[in-house]
Design a protein around this ligand. Sequence first.
Ligand code: SF4
Length: 325
Amino acid sequence: MGHVLEIRQLSVEFPSRRGVLKALDEVSFSIQAGEVVGVVGESGAGKSLTGAAIIGLLEPPGRVSGGEIWLEGQRIDQLPDDQMRLLRGRKIGAIFQDPLTSLNPLYTVGQQLIETITTHLSLSNSQAKTRAIELLEATGIPAARERIDHYPHQFSGGMRQRVVIALALAAEPKLIIADEPTTALDVSIQAQIIELLKRLCREHGTAVMLITHDMGVIAETANRVVVMYAGRVVEVGAVRDVIERPQHPYTAGLMGSIPTIKRVVERLVQIDGSMPRLNAIPSGCAFHPRCEHVMPICRRERPELMVRGASQAACWLMAKEGTDG
Ligand code: SF4
């Protein structure tokens, strides 16, 4: 099939005292080897939740209530915890916003890298150390041979995130889930880290799911984009298509928020209002209360993803223009 990751109609629920809240509603997309797919949306759209569901770290009482997650042809959404833990180290690497959540302050970065490598690959300690140094060098850590014996607190924020990238790649995973990997970093460092992640994953053929609220980061990094709103996918397409010709009114609004130096992107639409709460997701198209193109059908019926040019968008405008020819 060629897909490293395939998500089919994934739904996640949170049972609550006032009933079941649907946090993800039939989310589907896939990522190929060497491909960076950006998952974008405002906070609360379900981006991080999708990542957490894939790595099997949904916070209880959240649970996968429907759909399937496939990693390299293996269904992984129903694996027991111990198997999932193995898979997380070996096949899925994770990079989070705060590098300190991935690093243990009590061990040197070398100890942590070597442990990850020897746990998942059949290498001796000295081979693992050589590989650890190579990884640190590949991520641009100067004097890696000395730095390998340093503790996380001895690195700057940007250098620490490089260490986390090295750690995420250490077991040669097939998939990396990077959740806002540069949000906590200085703007000047952000571009370097993004470039690094992109290059290393291309070289290693690693599939990347890049979760961010920042369209600018997506524009610089991703091959394809998945736009989420209120727990649903509202648009999927190649990054250039989605940026230059956004189909969904919500995406068009998001595009207005790209801070890019290279190109001046016109502010297309001002999106008023905010993302609905889980317990108050509007009927039909969840975006309808904020949409300036809203039609009667939008309030009644939920639009599925519809093909439009090279992209897909879940919006009744697609159907309308499609039938109008
Ligand atoms: Fe707007 Fe209707 Fe499209 Fe929703 S389906 S984005 S309300 S036009």
